[in-house]
Structures are given as C-alpha cells and as structure tokens.
Design a protein around this ligand. Structure first.
Ligand code: NDP
Length: 334
C-alpha cells in the first residue's frame, strides 16, 4: 500500500450531519457506498484513495453489503484492508454498515431473510472486514417467505449481541416498512434507517414510503441518487471508456442510455449550469428537498467525483420555480 495516512484536521468543517429519523445517529449529508469499484476488478490503491479522500472531506459513513464485489465479499475485504492500514485509529469516528438479503452462498441458508442466514452472514461480514461490530446492520430486502418478525428478530439479536449498534431495512415497501418497524419496536430495538433508491428517474419512494418513514420516524438514506451516473455529465456526449456502462457490468447497461434519458439529462444539465451547479450536484440537491432524507449514498470511481459532490452540498435549496421546471423536463411526477 501507500504512505501512512493522516486524516485532514479540518475534516469536520466541511459537511453537515443530519439525524436519522428519531435516533441519536448523525450521518454526513454525503455517504460513500462500496457496491461498485471496490471489488477484485479494481485496484486496491484506487479504493484506498477514494476512502481516504472521503474521510478527509467529512464523510464518516461507509456502506457495505455481504455481496458487494465482484466477487461477493470482495468489497468487505477491501474495506478491511484499508481499515487495518489507515482507519483503525479513527474507528469511533466512523459509521460502517453492512447488509444481508441477496444470494451469498449456495444452498437454502445463503439468501433472503431467515434468522439462520442473517446471523451467519453477519459473522462472515465481520470476519471479512476485521470489524468487531457494524454500526448499522440491514435486512437488504424483504423476504416474502419468512415472517417479518423472524428477520427483524435476527436484527434485534445482532444488536443485543453487540455485533451491530443499529438496525435498518432496505428495499421494503411502505407497508412492509410499517410491519418491520412494528416488529422491531415490539422487540425494543427501533428501526432507525431505511435504504432506498431515489433519483429524478426513479421516484417510487414518493408513492407511500416517504409518508411511512415520516410516521415511523425512520430516516431515509438514498442509494443511487445519481441513477448510477445517468444524472451526471458522464453520458451527455457519449460513453467514456472508464464509465460503469463501458465496463460492461450487469447493472447499468448501454440500453439504459436511451435518447429520452440522455435528452432529459442534457436539459437538466442546462438548468444545473444556470444555477452554478453540475448535473450531479443538482441531482443531489433535488433529493434533499424531502425532510426524511438523511444522507445521499453515492458511489464513485474517482476522487474528483467525491470532491464535486461534497462541494455541492452547500448549494441553496431549489426554489419552487426550479422544482416546477425540473418537473416539466421529467414529466414523471407520481
Ligand atoms: P450513484 O447513483 O451515486 O452512482 C455512482 C456512479 O455515478 C459512480 O460510480 C460514477 O460512475 C458516477 N458519478 C459519481 N459522482 C460523479 C460525479 N461527480 N460526476 C460524474 N459522475 C459521477 O450510486 P450507486 O448506484 O453507485 O450506489 C451508491 C451506493 O448505494 C452503493 O455503493 C451501495 O452502497 C448503495 N446501494 C444500495 C442498494 C440496496 O439495495 N440497498 C442497491 C444499490 C446501491 P462511474 O463509475 O462511471 O465513474
């Protein structure tokens, strides 16, 4: 690895921190996820540079899941390397999360939301990262065939066993969220955070989840706020060779770059420039208009991308007129 790491002494003067729901947990306005760009296909040195710069900029929250890679598990191993090399003295300054819910190992116990899977996977994630505990442990998706009380019981157990400090859920619908929150409340471990996708091209959370989160006092951490890069300057004039699309992964593909989406992104880019922002910064400002949103959980392949998004946090909120103009471009109000 590289030279010894000494974090920036001014790191807590750069980003604001917002409370997740009705909890004591403060999260940075921008959080960094390790879903992409931290697997075996990417140099460890780049992952290390991204994590170091993020922490220097006040990003205290790093999001993992058992299956992040490739191969599954690799992102947790990468994070563990950087933790040992750079971050151990600062562990108490960090919020590190992991999740289980998607396919992780073969057979009936390596997927979904059984107590068996959730707790075995947690132990594996702790081992891969070298952490003694996660700050947040999530059910990554609802399991239609396991009682929600069982899945939430596993999260409650993780907290009581000292292997997690807080319990969270991800990709649950509004009704599933209410049921999960009730199950956790009954056990005495509140659900304090929900991780859901939200961006200008995907507004599902506006159809009921935001209201449920408000009722339950659960904070929303938004994943893919940039629509994996579609809501940035990345694809406005073509497909750069080093982009997520060009790398040919299974998630963002060239067929997602439709003329309609690129046309909207170009119009949004003009609107962003008129208010002195980049498109990526505008996309983040746009999700912050909801009070339920605690943090924007971004991904990044380059240090400059993290810098740009952190710099954009100080931008003024959107005016009513700007919100209307964005609606006129998107034409997708739920
Ligand atoms: P984003 O929507 O933030 O997309 C990130 C990508 O956008 C980057 O990899 C980069 O693309 C591009 N980008 C970022 N910043 C800029 C910039 N300033 N200018 C230009 N392009 C930029 O989020 P992700 O889809 O990566 O998801 C973020 C995190 O959310 C994940 O790491 C994970 O922690 C979490 N997540 C959770 C899920 C769940 O089910 N709970 C599902 C998916 C994600 P490029 O690589 O091409 O440079």
């Amino acid at each position: 690895m590289t030279e010894p790491y000494l974090p920036s002494s001014g790191r807590y003067e750069k980003l604001p921190y917002f409370r997740s729901g009705r909890s004591g947990l403060l999260l940075p306005r921008i959080s960094l996820g390790l879903w992409q760009n931290f697997g075996e296909t990417h140099p460890l040195a780049n992952g290390q540079a991204l994590l170091r710069r993020a922490f220097d900029l006040g990003i205290t929250h790093f999001d993992l899941a058992n299956n992040y890679g490739p191969p599954p598990g690799a992102a947790e191993i990468t994070f563990g390397c950087v933790l040992r090399e750079d971050f151990l003295p600062y562990r108490d300054e960090m919020i590190i999360s992991s999740k289980a819910g998607y396919t992780m190992w073969p057979g009936p116990y390596g997927d979904w939301g059984s107590r068996k899977y959730m707790l075995a996977s947690l132990d594996q994630s702790l081992k891969r990262t070298g952490l003694e505990y996660f700050d947040i442990y999530y059910s990554h998706r609802p399991d239609p065939n396991t009682p929600v009380e069982e899945t939430m019981g596993a999260l409650d157990h993780a907290v009581r066993a000292g292997k997690a400090l807080y319990a969270g859920i991800s990709n649950y619908s509004a009704d599933q969220t209410r049921a999960a929150a009730a199950a956790l409340r009954a056990l005495g471990t509140p659900c304090i955070i929900h991780q859901a996708s939200y961006n200008m091209f995907n507004r599902r959370v506006e159809t009921g989840l935001l209201a449920a989160l408000d009722d339950e006092a659960i904070g929303l951490i938004v994943f893919s706020p940039l629509a994996q890069g579609l809501l940035t300057s990345r694809y406005l004039t073509g497909t750069p060779e080093d982009s997520r699309v060009a790398q040919g992964g299974p998630f963002l593909k060239s067929e997602h770059l439709t003329p309609e989406k690129i046309g909207m992104a170009r119009q949004l880019n003009e609107l962003a420039q008129a208010r002195g922002q980049s498109l990526a910064q505008l996309a983040i400002t746009w999700i912050f208009r909801h009070k339920q949103v605690t943090s924007a959980l971004i991904g990044a392949s380059k240090v400059s991308q993290i810098e740009e998004l952190c710099a954009g946090v100080a931008a003024p909120a959107l005016s009513g007129d700007e919100i209307e103009r964005i609606e006129a471009i998107l034409q997708n109000k739920p």
